[in-house]
Design a protein around this ligand. Sequence first.
Ligand SMILES: *Cc1c(COP(=O)(O)O)cnc(C)c1O
Length: 534
Amino acid sequence: MSNMEPEDLSELSPFELKNFLTDTAAKSGRLLLNAGRGNPNFLATEPRHAFFQWGRFAMLESERSFSYMREGVGGFPELKGIEERFEIFLSHNQNVPGVKMMADSVSYVRDHLGLPAPDFIYEMTEGILGCMYPVPDRMLKLSEQIVSEYLRQEMVGEHPFQGNFDLFAVEGGTAAITYIFNTLKENRLIIPGDSIALGLPIFTPYIEIPALSEYQLNEVFINASPELDWQYSTHELNKLLDPKVKAFFLVNPSNPPSVKMSEQSLRYLADIVKQRPDLVILTDDVYGTFADDFTSLFAMCPHNTILVYSYSKYFGATGWRLGVIATHEDNILDQAIQDLPEAVQQQLDKRYESIVTNPRKLKFIDRLVADSRTVALNHTAGLSTPAQVQMVLFSLFSLMDEEKRYRKTMQQVIRRRLQALYKNAPIKPKFDAESVDYYHLMDMEILGNEIYGPDFIKWLLNRLTPNEFLFTLAAKSGVVLLPGKGFGTSHPSARISLANLKEVQYCQIGQALKELMADYKAEYVKVTGKSPDK
Ligand SMILES: *Cc1c(COP(=O)(O)O)cnc(C)c1O
């Protein structure tokens, strides 16, 4: 077998490498099976039905308030009487999909959250029309309370939690990441030469951003180990005790192993934070909602932690660009800003004085908002209001789903795909109670060893160049997988997304992997003159 890798691509991010792999797969003459992407092939329907029906109601509101309807001009909705008109709309459209959820949403917001129904209907109706700049720019008022409730349910759960938290609605988890890095830097909370710790394996941008010229951060890796079912050992976590480490960034449940941090590790980390009260934590919990009884580090260490959540994966909403950043009202970031040296404070006063009279009191989360529009454009910051409406409907959909039917279906779909992947394999995937299996990391060393034994796999790993396995697989069978190595795993492995193909296609991927191993075995026999141990 020849080396299929076109040039030296070993330095490329897995997401860029994917384009080369896809080209190779396209030329294979086989059907392209791209399991490289995290974009799910499922989506939540009910909250979308509710969105579109709410849009119809909003159009009635707009057109009743203005007299130039035939010219295509409408006006703003009116708060007065909106609840009655909403009831009439519901009764005229009773059997239309989404209308029941609209009705249930209003009851839930009124009865369970204690928010005024007319104000909620108005915020959603004006929001869906997109006729006003987002005010407050950080997030619409009631929307913030509803999404807070959702995060409290999903990220905190039964864990004791005191106080409130603030939210900033953003254009997806990736915008959240960009904004947070930028504001930490602009406020000198991280400066070039500082060390930040990254929990590996991790979503690649977290490895790449700190090394960029504008950041120049030293990276300390906290390695989860496959031997511990992808948990961090206490030895690794102890690296956080070093006061030089300013911040710890992690993805939980992780990407790619999809494993959530164990209760034990969470508690250990909380103890570390007691010894390191200045440690900033950024936890990206995009996959948290796929797990039962998930507890975020945000619940464990609320004063130290910035929470990032995205609606992209769980609701199949990548095109919507919906994400949120949360910080506790009482947090160490605000404290650290106040403790900056006077000279730095004065520079920051200048930075923010155009938007507030007392810049020193401007919270970290509001600095994120201002910095997201280069401060000067602060008044037009914020997530588009129709997007906030869809975010609220996704959140309410989960809040009202007491039996967790949506989550159970998600879990079932994903687990069936994992079974399909291993259907024809000599080994079965190890069941891991902490894993949500959104991605599966297939360890080539373990797989090869299991099929043909240790001598074979040693030969194979020596014989392969980085990524060669993936290119050969793409060229031969049209299957695209990403290298686990790009996400910071130490063993050669492939990341298989279980989110974006049909069950039967995972069977085909399993088969293709098996055939490729058999090809390598044939080569092994030919070259070494030995037959494998197994
Ligand atoms: C997919 C993903 C994101 C991106 O979220 P968007 O909301 O689509 O921008 C962020 N973090 C992790 C860990 C992800 O896997």
